[in-house]
Design a protein around this ligand. Sequence first.
Ligand code: ADP
Ligand code: GN1
Ligand code: MG
Length: 374
Amino acid sequence: MTFVPYCAANLEGVSNLFAIEGEFLRAEEVETGLINTTWLVTYERDCGEQNRYILQRINETVFGEPLEVMRNVECVTRHINWKVLRVKKDAGGHTLNLYPGRGGKSFVQDPGGGIWRCYNFIEGCRTYDVVENTRQAYQAAHAFGAFQDLVSDLAPDEIVEVIPDFHNTPKRFEQLMEIVKKDPVGRAGEVRPELDFICDLERDMSRLVRRYREGRLPLRVTHNDTKINNVLFDIETDQAVCVIDLDTVMPGLSLYDFGDLVRTAVNPAEEDERDLDRVQMRMPIFEALVEGFLNSAGAVLTDEEVSLLAQSGKVIALELGMRFLADYLNGDNYFRTRREGQNLDRARTQLKLAEKIDGSQDEMEAFVKKVAQR
Ligand code: ADP
Ligand code: GN1
Ligand code: MG
């Protein structure tokens, strides 16, 4: 399948295939995510009112079966919309909705074979790449915990595992080692210190997966991509109002979600920071994450899950360090990059963060224990 570059005419053609009212005015690319191609499109109705929508093309390199992704997203958005209305009785919140496309599906296919979908654009919101304060951390964790609660009654076998072993950290290690062996673009020689660091931590990688295999952790429907810019914040109130990016909602462990949130929230530096002295583990942010997550998801989590919250951040930081490094060694064809060496910088940041988190591990454990005993 070839990737066709999109000009306004293509985009207008694609967005006109969705059941949205009015005439196409413009499309602006949204550049925050690293995976899909996202456009903010504006339509004008006869009365002059303008409405905005999110038009997304699913990345088929990452998602080999985009139609399975859409099936999952349909199931999850419908369930959440039902639950918010009927169980939570909270019609005031924001939820994602898919607009129907021509042909009666929740997506359309362009002439090049690309799969597109259209969501309601949630107005008056923004995302953060770096958490600025403990209130934002609490809000984000509360939103992802609430998401966990909303999908807690979906059976994991209703949802297809669209990227197998997505958070299987030991498997990510094996995959990295295979890439190092093949060294397809001749970069492995440059990253010896990073590889040594990773190999020294091999034992830590199976901390979550092992407990799941021992039957000590439940398989749930989880978000699996709880990075901080996958939650929308209200511009006026700075409250987290909606969890987005549902492509990786799959059977998983709640600790993957908490761990991914820790790795993206505690660090005051950007994900691709080059000055590693800026990479830090901010304890007050971690504390706010624990409070926020437990306040919304605490009722569905088991004691074993809670007892591992403090360990999850390091595992996921390490996992992302390996994924970014693997992509660098493979020639940068998975995560979107905008400059040379960006994946290597991302990898180094994550590995440094894993080291920083490790340095605070005891303090983190003690905090979780204290909160759990309340
Ligand atoms: P990716 O998988 O590439 O990360 P996302 O689904 O996270 O794609 O979307 C990329 C960005 O587009 C988000 O970070 C957010 O800024 C914006 N966005 C996506 N969906 C919406 C929405 N429904 N309302 C408002 N903004 C959105
Ligand atoms: C990708 O789609 P986005 O940008 O929210 C990736 C995540 C990584 C993240 C790192 C499907 O998330 O797993 O943690 O980049 N998503 C996929 O920034 O691989
Ligand atoms: Mg995203």
